[in-house]
Design a protein around this ligand. Structure first.
Ligand code: SF4
Ligand code: SF4
Length: 91
């Protein structure tokens, strides 16, 4: 039982480092009143709270939309390291 628990935990640990970054929050603040990333992301990864963009990257489905969807090219996207991320959740 203990080992099962451990395996479960290991399998579901998400990548600890975000593969998504806002390049400049001032751009969001100043030029993007609609905060469209909070609308187009199907996993609701982005939320604008108290003048900052919260990124719940663990929930990212890697659909790729935000790679191209930000009108200001303000989201930096790097692939999670091999062996981490959603592969584990769905693999
Ligand atoms: Fe910022 Fe781009 Fe999101 Fe707009 S869509 S809030 S500019 S990251
Ligand atoms: Fe959301 Fe898709 Fe971007 Fe992940 S890749 S943060 S699911 S829009």
């Amino acid at each position: 039982k203990k080992i099962d628990d451990k395996l479960y935990l290991t399998r579901f640990i998400p990548a600890s480092e975000s593969h998504l970054k806002i390049i400049d929050e001032n751009v969001c603040k100043t030029y993007c009143p609609d905060k469209v990333c909070t609308l187009f992301c199907p996993a609701k990864v982005y939320s604008w709270e108290e003048e900052h963009m919260q990124i719940a990257f663990e929930g990212c489905l890697e659909c790729g939309t935000c790679k191209y969807g930000c009108p200001f090219d303000n989201i930096a996207w790097k692939n999670p390291r091999g062996g981490f991320g959603v592969q584990y959740k769905f693999g």
